[in-house]
Ligand binder design. Structure first.
Ligand code: AMP
Ligand code: ZN
Length: 457
């Protein structure tokens, strides 16, 4: 069974076997395009799902769409403007139009990365009723209080285990540094707004005053509504540990009287060219940038799989191009192997790869083993075919689809020579491989042999 690092327990824990497991994944705030860093966080949830499904578990996944309530400063300062509204103004579109457009783009990106669609993708703006109910329950239970302007705050001191995910214990939390940021409406500086007074179209009726929900509250409410009071796994990027997940845990725990989420799992951040991926620094790469560069979107998936989800990873155009080449080579190999006599899977490899998946999603080891299998002269091509296709259920690299490099990019005849050379290398016919390299060179095609196989430029 899958073992995975539980942020709250601070250790790798085994996921308890059950026929159905529920997972909540904090979804996107749809005010801009998701960058590949965001997509890495969603891949984590897809991998967990695929590994568990291989073990005959039925997964029920909820991934919210935040189209209201996420403000520019989501710390306990509770200041800032609604991100969707702010961007809509900047783009001269209505908030709903903007949110739907980015939601649709997000859906396309996730499909291009073969991320299985979640069972539930509630939009925050369409799930207000359970949010109001949750706030009412928290007030009733003495965990939240209303103030004259119609806001409702969570009274964090009523939830003594606050901080277990991130390690930020209440007594150590410092009030905001700037004195003007200490909100006089709050009983305690670390309390946060569950509900805020109406601003323009951000207005829904509630017993304590018209207004709109806070982002942290939304996830608790949607999770309780769509998955119920017991959630097996909750995932998100590492930055969501605090305050977002702490606040979610406190709200759901205070409302139900018990721990709702069994395992909190966080994905580490992605850097690009050694720098944090952030719009403010102009260092943002979108999936559309990758495809416009002529690379397969699944090269991004493969590049991510080369690192374990909880390692920080640095992506570069070179690593993306290398992943793209590996992808094409594997698809070509799978197509070649499919022509061979059928043969059962190479069980000793497949078992080790699956053990690596189970070992806290050790995808780098899994890929290393697959490269070994690819080259192992003792394994019949038919067995390689069966093994690769089987493992592709988790890797989801579309290894049985052969999409060759645009032939126009190669001079006439070069593709055939490249293929012959690839076969010669596989047959360890080094003399033939060298001769074909020379022939290709005469056509202006430079072939190099990398640890990943033959590549050309
Ligand atoms: P946001 O749309 O900003 O709420 O972020 C969506 C998801 O992407 C969250 O789970 C974040 O933790 C995650 N995330 C943001 N930046 C990165 C990054 N550079 N690398 C990996 N995940 C990220
Ligand atoms: Zn969330």
């Amino acid at each position: 069974m899958l073992r995975i690092y539980d942020t709250r327990a601070r250790q790798v824990e085994e996921i308890e076997r059950s026929r159905a497991l529920r997972m909540y994944t904090c979804g996107p705030t749809v005010y801009r395009s998701a960058h590949v860093g965001n997509l890495r966080s969603y891949l984590l949830s897809d991998l967990i799902r695929r590994v568990l499904e291989r073990q005959r578990v039925r997964m029920v996944v909820c991934q919210n769409i935040t189209d209201v309530g996420h403000v520019t400063d989501d710390s306990a300062a509770d200041t800032g403007e609604d991100k969707v509204r702010m961007q809509a103004r900047a783009e001269g579109r209505s908030p709903a139009e903007l949110a739907r457009a980015y939601e649709e783009e997000f859906r396309r990106d996730t499909l291009a990365l073969n991320l299985r669609p979640p069972e539930h993708t509630p939009r925050a703006s369409e799930t207000i009723e359970p949010m109001v109910e949750l706030v009412a329950k928290l007030i009733e239970r003495g965990h939240a209080y209303t103030v004259p302007d119609g806001s409702v705050f969570f009274d964090v001191r009523t939830f003594p285990t606050y901080g277990e995910i991130s390690g930020n214990r209440l007594e150590d939390l410092q009030p905001a540094h700037r004195i003007e940021a200490v909100d006089p409406r709050k009983r305690f500086h670390a309390d946060w707004a569950l509900w805020k007074p109406a601003e323009g179209d951000l207005s829904w009726e509630a017993p304590w005053g018209a207004g709109f929900p806070g982002w942290h509250l939304e996830c608790s409410a949607m999770s309780l509504r769509f998955l119920g009071e017991r959630v097996d796994l909750h995932t998100g990027g590492i930055d969501l540990r605090f305050p977002h997940h702490e606040d979610e845990r406190a709200q759901s725990g205070a409302a139900t009287g018990h721990e709702v989420v069994k395992h909190w799992v966080h994905g580490e951040h992605l850097l690009f060219d050694g720098r944090k991926m952030a719009k403010s620094s102009g260092n943002v790469v979108l999936l559309s940038d990758v495809t416009e560069a002529g690379l397969d979107p699944l090269a991004v998936r493969l590049a991510f799989l080369e690192h374990r989800y909880r390692q920080q990873m640095n992506l570069t155009w070179d690593t993306l191009r290398a992943a793209d080449r590996t992808l094409r080579r594997w698809r070509t190999r799978v197509a070649e192997w499919s022509e061979s006599p059928s043969s059962p899977m190479a069980a000793h490899y497949v078992q080790r790869v699956e053990a690596a998946f189970d070992d806290d999603l050790d995808t780098p080891s899994a890929l290393r083993l697959m490269r070994e299998l690819e080259r192992d002269p003792e394994v019949a091509p038919g067995a390689k075919f069966e093994s690769f296709l089987h493992l592709d259920q988790v890797l989801a690299l579309d290894l049985s689809t052969q999409i060759g490099r645009a032939p126009a990019a190669l001079p006439g005849g070069a593709a055939e020579l490249l293929e012959q050379r690839s076969r010669a290398r596989e047959a360890r016919d080094w003399a033939a491989a060298d001769r074909l390299r020379d022939e290709l060179a005469e056509l202006g095609v430079r072939v190099s042999d990398t640890p990943d196989g033959q590549s050309w430029g």
